[in-house]
Design a protein around this ligand. Structure first.
Ligand SMILES: *Cc1c(COP(=O)(O)O)cnc(C)c1O
Length: 377
């Protein structure tokens, strides 16, 4: 790993630690109409489609902003004003899609399960059979709130068989967990530059089935967030409609090159899985328990239950660990008091082991003898 000396190592769900090469790629100026930049932009779009094996069926539409911008843009562009969405919710990002649809004035219903529970696919089948007004189903691949891996293939099969349109928020999984468009039928998938592909923050992108996007003219509630217009304009002259996040795209191109060198999705999955295993095992030795059973845990971010030991104070742990170079992440769960530790970004086994030894030192200094969530008798 090539880290910038003195920078904190981010054990968060994004933005993440990036390589020196990725950051150094940004140390230039480019004009937005330069052929060199237009070529880079085209290459990034092509490669993002290849990651999902979607080059023959889908198009890649990038958008300025954080991940939420492209989620809002995709929902607004794909769901017509008279459409109705069913949102499968088991965390904050599912709830965010519901909030977006409230803002954009699209009809929706939700099917919610607790944060540690995958969506109920049997209930989904029944719901789609009984409610013909539902046009779109929205699901989060890895719900970053808990780190749970949702059963995307089962959901996709049910939605396809019911003849509805599937939109996947794959933000925190894309590039690390295989999502092959030939096996998983989706009309749109959204992700961003600064998660598992290890670019810098500033742009999102959607992979959208071309035959579907062609029918979406006039759907969008917002000019800036109209992905149909963004796509048409970019197809026309290779350029962005409005100021492109040039440095983000150039760094993204460099990050994708490193992703390919690492072995693509398989290589990244292997490194993140190893990071995750080291983390779960090491924290386990300190007594900490994961919220999720291992079969539901994605190798992206791990939720640990808050220890019962009264000497434990997450804010103090956070501050002390930060002073020693690692950034943890607070919990956002309603099912259990918890905190989170990410295992993605430009970090490897040595970094995870170092983070564990720092946490172990701080816990000892705090006088926390055991990380168990239930007090020992
Ligand atoms: C990170 C993330 C987003 C987007 O969040 P931003 O802060 O807007 O980048 C959306 N969905 C999921 C599942 C995420 O992990």
């Amino acid at each position: 790993m090539t880290l910038t000396p003195g920078d904190p190592r981010l054990l968060t769900p994004g933005p993440l630690t990036t390589s020196v090469e990725t950051k150094e790629a940004m140390l230039h100026d480019w004009g937005s109409r330069d052929q060199a930049f237009i070529d880079t932009n085209a290459r990034v779009r092509t490669k993002l489609l290849e990651i999902a094996h979607a080059s023959d069926t889908h198009v890649c539409v990038p958008l300025q902003g954080s991940g939420t911008f492209v989620v809002e843009a995709s929902l607004g562009t794909l769901i017509p004003k008279d459409g109705k969405a069913l949102i499968l919710i088991n965390g904050a990002y599912g709830h965010r899609m519901a909030k977006i649809l409230t803002y954009t004035g699209r009809a929706f219903e939700i099917m919610e399960t607790p944060e540690d529970t995958p969506p109920d696919t049997a209930q989904l089948t029944i719901k789609l059979a009984s409610d013909a007004s539902i046009t779109h189903v929205l699901v989060v691949h890895c719900e970053t709130t808990s780190g749970i891996l949702n059963p995307i293939e089962d959901v996709a099969n049910i939605v396809k068989d019911a003849g509805r349109s599937l939109i996947i928020d794959a933000m925190s999984a894309f590039g690390a967990i295989m999502l092959d468009s030939r096996d998983i039928h989706f009309d749109a998938l959204m992700a961003s530059s600064n998660k598992c592909l290890e670019g810098i923050p500033g742009m999102g992108f959607a992979l959208i089935r071309q035959s579907v996007l062609e029918t979406c003219e006039g759907n969008a509630h917002s000019l800036a967030l109209d992905l149909y217009d963004q796509w048409k304009a970019m197809e026309g002259n290779g350029q962005w409609r409005f100021t492109p996040p040039i440095h983000v795209i150039v760094a993204f191109d460099k990050a994708i090159e490193q992703f390919e060198t690492e072995g693509g999705v398989d290589g990244r999955y292997a490194r993140y899985s190893n990071n995750c295993q080291i983390l779960v095992d090491g924290m386990g030795k300190l007594g900490f328990e994961t919220l999720l059973p291992s079969e539901l845990q994605a190798p992206i971010i791990v939720t640990f239950k808050m220890p019962a030991d009264p000497a434990f104070d997450f804010q103090v742990l956070y501050d002390q660990v930060k002073d020693r170079g690692f950034v943890l992440y607070p919990g956002k769960l309603t099912v259990a008091p918890s905190f989170r530790v990410g295992c993605i970004g430009h970090l490897g086994a040595d970094d995870m082991n170092e983070a564990l030894s720092v946490m172990s030192d701080v816990l000892a200094e705090l006088g926390v003898r055991n990380g168990a969530s239930v007090a020992a008798e």
